[in-house]
Design a protein around this ligand. Structure first.
Ligand code: GDP
Length: 426
């Protein structure tokens, strides 16, 4: 059976923890989109890890971790990440990399940096990991696929020469940077070849067989619904689809095999990067939630940037779950809210004097003002609780209030960062 674990919000909802937890009963975990621009934080018996490229199931010795064709593959980052977990005592993981995955090249990172500098104050808040230039090249059909590393030298050199002509015009004339040397680029590719060779696989054929054999497969998404280039807050989005539906494409499996879609929703909101964020809060109120949030504060796993904070947004989350096609919601980081006397929840957007619960397109979103309802807090620590009935009444009311407004069943409640901090609901 194939399950997808995806974000219903802006990312950083705790997908890594849910994936790590469900990986216990899974055979294969697949990353199907995105690159090393966002991270998952995982706490388990080996310690605390921030993963950027490896799937979050990599800590078990019974799982196979797969980098699907939809990923923006940064080979040196993958290589370093494998080394860093092995150095900390994790058994050498079984990793497969799709021969159809494309590679983030050093010039993608350079272009990302140059473009952010050029845009200055109007930038999109890129993590400068090369993701937008990478996907632009993929769809402009000038990207490098892993399979091409194994092509003959003449073919590769010819392609490199072509790519350099185009890249160098922009580098020299728009960004005023030195041109790319085609020989250096060839060397770069050969280094990547050496690093990735042991892992390369026809992933979609491998997964097809695994599906036939009834294996349990998890598709692990990066970021969340709001960052999807089609259905999110364009243009303040990422460059690959963050939706479960894309899991079929980015892993190479039939779409109808995805039987369960777990949308991970955080009990309050946080976001990184630019863009409208209707239920955003500021000042001391935001600082306190940021300080207490997640596991050790709401700061980016890749960049260390402080995340923007806000109250739970039912409008964005209802839409986020619908667009993911969620069958289940995993409601995370609920324990963090235990310090509040009262908890505001955004239940509607007021746009031009009208209140709506439908998530609008970006232009209208920029005019939206939050409509809040305030719920009483539960004023205690709920970590360690294992049964839903044992949660304080106000905490259950908060969960049930959110469930009603997002119109999707909350079947899991996460009350701590660890694997076992989970409460299942029917
Ligand atoms: P992801 O990108 O969706 O995997 O999310 P991140 O890993 O970036 O951010 C989630 C943060 O919340 C991490 O630091 C997790 O360890 C932490 N976390 C996940 N679930 C819970 C929870 O239920 N309670 C608390 N306190 N922290 C959690």
């Amino acid at each position: 059976m194939v399950k997808a674990i995806v974000g219903a919000n802006w990312g950083d909802e705790g997908k890594g923890k849910i994936t790590d937890m469900l990986a216990q009963e899974s055979d294969i975990i697949v990353r199907f989109q995105g690159g090393a621009n966002a991270g998952h934080t995982i706490v388990n018996n080996y310690g605390k890890f921030a993963l950027h490229t490896l799937p979050s199931g990599v800590f078990y010795d019974h799982t196979t971790s797969i980098i699907g064709n939809g990923v923006a593959l940064n080979i040196p980052v993958l290589f370093r990440e494998i080394q860093s977990i092995v150095e900390r005592g994790v058994p050498t993981p079984k990793i497969l990399v799709s021969d159809r995955a494309q590679m983030v090249m050093s010039y993608h990172i350079l272009f990302d940096q140059c473009e952010e500098e050029r845009l200055a104050g109007k930038s999109f808040g890129s993590t400068k990991s090369g993701i937008a230039p990478f996907y632009s090249d993929k769809y402009a059909k000038i990207g490098f696929q892993v399979s091409e590393l194994f092509a003959d030298e003449a073919y590769l050199r010819d392609k490199i020469a072509n790519v350099c002509v185009q890249k160098n015009v922009i580098l020299e004339n728009l960004y005023h940077k030195p041109a790319i040397d085609p020989d250096k680029l060839y060397e770069e590719l050969m280094e990547y070849k050496e690093m990735v060779a042991p892992y390369v696989c026809d992933v979609s054929a491998y997964l097809w067989e695994a599906v036939q054999a009834g294996k349990n497969i998890l598709l692990e998404g990066q970021l969340g619904s709001m960052k999807d280039p089609d259905h999110g807050i364009y243009p303040m989005v990422t460059s690959s689809s963050t939706l479960a539906a894309y899991g079929a494409i980015g892993a190479g499996i039939p779409p109808y095999e995805i039987r369960q879609i777990i949308a991970v929703c955080k009990a309050y909101s946080s976001a990184v990067g630019a863009g409208a964020f209707v239920s955003e809060i500021f000042g001391e109120e935001a600082d306190e939630l940021r300080r207490r949030g997640g596991d050790g504060g709401e700061y980016g796993a890749t960049t260390g940037r402080p995340r923007r904070m806000g109250w739970f947004d039912c409008v964005a989350s209802k839409y986020g779950c619908r667009i993911q096609g969620a069958t289940d919601v995993a409601f995370t980081v609920l324990d963090v809210l235990g310090y509040l006397d009262e908890i505001p929840v955004c239940v509607g957007y007021e746009i031009d004097g009208q209140v709506t619960t439908d998530f609008p397109t970006t232009y209208l979103l920029s005019k939206a003002k939050p409509v809040y309802e305030t719920l009483p807090g539960w004023k205690c620590d709920i970590r360690g609780i294992k049964k839903y009935e044992d949660l304080p009444e106000n905490c259950r009311k908060y969960i049930e209030f959110v469930e009603k407004h997002i119109e999707c069943p909350i079947t899991m409640v996460s009350n701590g960062p660890g694997r076992d901090d989970i409460i299942y609901r029917k």
